[in-house]
Design a protein around this ligand. Structure first.
Ligand code: SF4
Length: 310
């Protein structure tokens, strides 16, 4: 066995395309997507054989799952074929990450399900149509995603919802969660907006401070009341009393992210790109917590961090 085969990962997340039918205000790959407009180069749609290699790698590494990500994965015409390949390769968890627009077509949902997709992760940030469409940058996205979620539920698929928390939606997060309770949900991911891509251009206009977002996440997780899974991304435990166990950064299996010209362990990324304060040494979470993203700290400082002592 070579070193590669010895490694294990929870999941391989493959960035299969840098094209999108949305223009999210906080898109982390927004710059690549802008570059890919009217351009079908290697960088904007990765070759089929490269994605096959990513799937083979996931199998070799004993990964539990494979995620098709982007950009907007459903814009790849060969997505059903790639899903089929992942399925016959023996991967159990086959995830498609999407803005949900294409799921407005029930026949398309059927096609992906038939090919073997069994984890549908949809970006849905607000129950308010005008806010959702503003965040996603394209009118009509809310209506298409809502119909898409109904279609997937009708076809027996539970939904995994990714809510990216920004200045525009954190204040009515609980309302959005209550709206989502009307669907068949497998999990909700509460993702604090990172200062990457479009959000990094003018972070103060997009990103809300963690100390404002955290209480809304706590309220929402209480509302969910363990009906299904809740996961929190890009947050620190000292801001989430009572909800620390939902933070995905701590103790989760690693995800390997693969793009056209890079491969990164999200675990290693976190370790290198986060920062703590000297007082963190006294915090009960010091060993498990990597701290705050450095880019966030550069804009908003570190005064929100409050070590939890025994
Ligand atoms: S180690 Fe530091 S950043 Fe992490 S929870 Fe404790 S005080 Fe917060």
């Amino acid at each position: 066995m070579d070193n590669e085969e010895n490694k294990t990962a929870g999941k391989i997340e493959s960035l299969v395309i840098f094209k999108c039918n949305c223009r999210c205000v906080m898109c982390s790959t927004g710059l690549q997507i802008d570059r890919s407009l009217n351009n079908d180069s290697y960088q904007s749609i990765r070759p089929y054989k490269d994605i096959i290699k990513d799937i083979d790698k996931a199998v070799k590494m004993g990964a539990k799952g494979f995620a098709f990500s982007g950009g907007e994965a459903t814009l790849r015409k060969d997505l059903p074929l790639l899903i089929r390949y992942a399925r016959i390769s023996g991967l159990d968890h086959i995830e498609v990450q999407s803005n949900g627009k294409m799921y407005v077509y029930e026949a398309y949902c059927r096609k992906l399900i038939k090919a073997g997709a069994n984890n549908f992760v949809i970006s849905f940030h607000s129950c308010q149509e005008n806010i959702q469409d503003k965040i996603m940058g394209v009118p009509g996205t809310y209506k298409q995603a809502v119909q898409g979620m109904k279609n997937l539920n009708k076809l027996g698929q539970k939904l995994k919802i990714n809510i990216v928390l920004t200045k525009f939606n954190y204040d009515h997060l609980e309302k959005t969660v209550k709206f989502l309770l009307g669907f068949d949900i497998a999990e909700i991911r509460f993702t604090m907006c990172m200062l990457e891509g479009n959000a990094a251009i003018n972070p103060r206009a997009i990103v809300a401070k963690m100390s404002l977002v955290a209480p809304e996440i706590i309220k929402s997780i209480k509302t969910i009341n363990n009906r299904f899974g809740s996961y929190i991304y890009n947050m620190v435990p000292c801001l989430l009393p009572g909800c620390e166990k939902y933070i995905n950064d701590m103790g989760q299996m690693d995800t390997i992210l693969i793009g056209p010209d890079f491969e990164a362990s999200l675990d290693e990324e976190r370790k290198g790109k986060k920062i703590k304060i000297p007082e963190c040494k006294e915090c009960i979470y010091d060993k498990k917590c990597y701290g705050v993203w450095k880019k966030y700290a550069k804009v908003f400082g570190l005064d929100e961090i409050k070590p939890i002592k025994k």
